[in-house]
Design a protein around this ligand. Structure first.
Ligand SMILES: *Cc1c(COP(=O)(O)O)cnc(C)c1O
Length: 220
């Protein structure tokens, strides 16, 4: 199936309120253009350098999502170039984002990434550290938290649903409190293999790579 056909199929599968992010890491400019032609405007990258290169070679109405781990020393390169940072996971990173965005006088929209499966190999904050991070976000001026993101552990449908439910519950709990600078507009969960389950469990932002562009080849 073509990129266009894949996108149309996914769009049929998901409700209108759900935001589809086409994960374009490792993909060429031409492949991204093909997705763009079908109307997709949200694209996700996991590396800062690759994201910046692509912003320079593609239309400026694209909304770029930084979905990969963000090192503090790279924050300065993305200011003003990213629609949404999905990977806030420490107070140190928060402070750097606040500092760099306030210098330019613009706001940073971020999601807090939670390591819901407590996997050593994954970044994201642990649930027990969330409160402290939320408090630190309240003290910011230029950082606006817009929701949560997670990459759940690989597993069968039942385990996936369990993790998605946990994420939804955390999001709902935060919603009950009126925090300064923090809203829960987005729940960014669900990828190629599990986006339908994620939507059933309350996702409104899915990040799909291979389901749109086909298998990735990291060796290219
Ligand atoms: C690569 C990536 C995706 C997309 O994965 P697919 O399985 O290709 O859909 C989603 N989220 C993050 C954070 C990624 O790095």
């Amino acid at each position: 199936m073509s990129i266009k056909e894949n996108i149309e199929m996914i769009q049929k599968d998901i409700p209108p309120y759900a935001n589809l992010i086409a994960v374009s890491k490792t993909r060429t400019i031409d492949e991204i253009k093909e997705a763009y032609e079908t109307g997709v405007r949200d694209f996700g990258e996991n590396k800062v350098q690759e994201l910046i290169d692509k912003t320079e070679n593609l239309n400026s109405d694209i909304r770029w999502h930084l979905i990969g781990h963000l090192q503090t020393n790279k924050v300065k390169y993305i200011v003003g170039k990213v629609h949404l940072i999905h990977s806030l996971d420490s107070i140190k990173l928060l402070e750097e984002i606040e500092k760099r965005y306030s210098i330019k006088g613009i706001n940073a929209n971020v999601l807090i990434q939670i390591n819901i499966g407590r996997e050593e190999s994954k970044t994201g904050i642990l649930v027990e550290d969330l409160n402290e991070l939320l408090k630190a976000c309240e003290a910011c001026c230029n950082v606006k938290v817009r929701g949560l993101m997670s990459i759940i552990p690989k597993g069968d449908d039942e385990t996936c649903r369990k993790y998605f439910k946990e994420m939804k519950a955390i999001s709902d709990d935060i919603k009950k409190v009126s925090y300064k600078n923090i809203t829960m507009d987005y729940l960014s969960i669900g990828m190629t293999g599990d986006y339908k389950l994620a939507i059933l469990e309350g996702s409104n932002m899915i990040r799909v790579g291979e389901g749109i562009f086909g298998k990735r080849n990291y060796k290219l």
